[in-house]
Design a protein around this ligand. Structure first.
Ligand SMILES: [Zn+2]
Length: 316
């Protein structure tokens, strides 16, 4: 993903730009929600990194895709794969696969949880320009979101919930060019042009996770999310606060980020992006660098995001 510098100026505003919702009501709980196991999420994260950078058209990418589909199926999801050859901005033909796991597929009301599973082929934000041609490990940028969702898949199965929940792993998000918005999120663009259910797929809420495992992560409300679905953002930030994770989820605006969720919003799906962006600083400092590896992962961050989503989805 990339940042839109102009809008960021508006989006960041000042530190005083609190978003009204501190007092948003959280449903009273009668049954405690399941415990999100951060160690389990970390194992899912490490497994992806161990495959090697999941850059499209590589063996590591192909093997990871097979593994992701198998994991969703193992957790009881009905798995659909979209395979497509997508043209990157530089002319490369990317063999891409969007992988979707559906829980309680007959339920009408559906929540969509998503993350991208591919890795950026170039560490072009690395402080050492000699390393710009190396692929990133994507421990945070890619693997962390997928890992949280795989652990959630495990909990969805275990909980026996009857909610309609879809988990979508999008491909080809990160083969973009800095000043070409359309070159990012190719998998999301394909998904929106080929929606499930014969094109009639309309989840009532979509939640994107991106860079949700880094040290000292900060999840502010992202600009497009806030515009598209303030009610979903209200609920997520209130849930995080109620669970004691306000430090990770400060109730304020962050930047405007070009990411998969923007494509969903354009297609009429209310969507938010939970992404590590620090106003005044930028993304997690390892973003698109060779330092985006296991050393930068903190299970406390995985826990904060994962438990918040668990509470949001599975508390009743
Ligand atoms: Zn990225």
């Amino acid at each position: 993903m990339t940042l839109l510098p102009v809008l960021t100026m508006t989006g960041c505003a000042s530190t005083g730009s609190k978003v009204a919702s501190d007092s948003a009501a959280v449903e009273p709980q009668t049954v405690p929600p399941p415990v999100f196991e951060a160690d389990s999420a970390y194992a899912y994260l490490k497994r992806q990194v161990d495959f090697g950078p999941r850059v499209p058209n590589t063996e590591a990418h192909r093997l990871t895709g097979e593994w992701l589909a198998a994991e969703l199926a193992r957790h009881g999801a009905t798995v659909n794969e979209q395979k497509a050859t997508l043209s990157a901005f530089d002319g490369t033909q990317l063999m891409a696969t969007n992988i979707m796991g559906r829980f309680n597929p007959a339920a009408d009301d559906r929540v969509l949880l998503l993350a991208h599973w591919d890795c950026r082929p170039w560490a072009d934000e690395d402080p050492d320009s000699k390393r710009h041609s190396e692929a990133v490990d994507g421990a945070n940028d890619g693997a962390s979101g997928v890992a949280v969702l795989l652990e959630l898949a495990r909990l969805i199965k275990e909980s026996g919930t009857d909610r309609g929940i879809d988990i979508l792993f999008l491909d080809a998000e990160d083969w973009g060019a800095t000043h070409d918005d359309d070159s990012w999120a190719l998998g999301a663009q394909y998904f929106m042009a080929h929606l499930p259910d014969g094109g009639n797929y309309r989840p009532s809420a979509a939640i994107l996770l991106d860079m949700v495992g880094g040290k000292n992560a900060t999840f502010c409300r992202e600009y497009f999310s806030q515009k598209s679905a303030p009610n979903i953002a209200d609920a997520i930030w209130a849930t995080a606060r109620a669970a004691g994770y306000e430090e990770f989820f400060p109730n304020r605006l962050g930047g405007a980020v070009t990411d998969d969720h923007v494509r969903l919003i354009e297609g009429g799906i209310p969507a938010i992006d939970i992404i590590d962006y620090r106003p005044g600083e930028g993304f997690n400092p390892t973003w698109h660098t060779t330092a985006d590896n296991l050393d930068n992962i903190d299970t406390a961050t995985l826990k904060a995001v994962g438990q918040t989503l668990t509470d949001y989805l599975l508390a009743h």
